[in-house]
Design a protein around this ligand. Structure first.
Ligand SMILES: CC(C)(COP(=O)(O)OP(=O)(O)OC[C@H]1O[C@@H](n2cnc3c(N)ncnc32)[C@H](O)[C@@H]1OP(=O)(O)O)[C@@H](O)C(=O)NCCC(=O)NCCS
Length: 205
């Protein structure tokens, strides 16, 4: 049976798994990731949407601690490791979008990559793995994704992953316009069976 909307639900002791894709390994974060993660988070473009600046090391320490603590929910943001280099490329995964209460209960798929790791399809590859995990293993009935319309690169990833516009709204504390996109489990199954998921990078829009 699929879970209505999202969390919290009883997930027992289902750990956040390691997920392997063609070019990436998605694994749970560990405290030892702090140096590599702080370097990525310090890039201005990493957090341009919504912060308009990079994160400080202290902010990244807080992020890492909260991310690891939330694995208890049976969901999580995975560290994205580039197989060929073994480097931390960024993160991707599933989380509860507490920052936008009007969409709750919900589970969001999200992604952020370091500058050196963009333009190679990694966000789409990692996002697809996270969505598959959410639908196949966590039995979610829908997954949302939220972005500022100026962040066209992220919107393009969502489009390739089959998400479609659900509503236009704004972040309560920042008054920033955001678009909420959604993919239902039923639609996802259709796209997978049709062999058109994820869509190719320069495929039909
Ligand atoms: C959003 C973000 C993850 C998107 O990254 P991205 O590299 O554009 O997305 P992908 O990894 O899916 O790569 C797609 C691009 O790689 C290209 N590409 C190259 N080789 C490829 C391959 N083998 N397979 C697929 N795509 C490939 C595609 O053509 C596409 O290029 P285009 O944008 O010129 O069309 C990135 O811009 C980012 O980290 N931004 C900062 C954090 C952020 O804002 N996150 C989102 C918050 S809502």
């Amino acid at each position: 049976m699929r879970h209505a909307g999202g969390f919290p639900f009883s997930i027992g002791d289902m750990a956040v798994p390691v997920i392997e894709t063609d070019r990436l390994v998605l694994r749970p974060f560990v405290p030892e990731d702090i140096d590599a993660l702080a370097a990525l988070h310090a890039e201005e473009t990493f957090w341009r949407f919504p912060l308009g600046r990079g994160q400080t090391r202290a902010e990244t320490e807080d992020f890492l601690e909260r991310t690891i603590a939330r694995y208890e929910e049976g969901l999580g943001l995975h560290a994205v490791i580039e197989r060929r280099s073994g480097l931390l490329a960024g993160w991707a995964g599933l989380s509860v979008p507490h920052f936008l209460p009007e969409v709750l209960p919900a589970v969001e798929v999200g992604w952020r990559l370091g500058e050196a790791f963009r333009g190679q399809g990694y966000a789409t590859e990692a996002g697809a793995a996270a969505i598959r995990w959410g639908f196949e293993d966590r039995n979610l009935d829908r997954i949302v994704s939220i972005y500022e319309p100026g962040n066209t690169a992220s919107g393009a990833v969502m489009e390739r992953l089959g998400l479609t516009l659900d509503r236009v709204t704004s972040l309560p504390q920042r008054m920033l316009e955001v678009h909420v996109l959604v993919l239902t489990a039923g639609r996802w199954e259709q796209l997978v069976h049709a062999g058109s998921w994820p869509a190719p990078p320069h495929g039909p829009r």
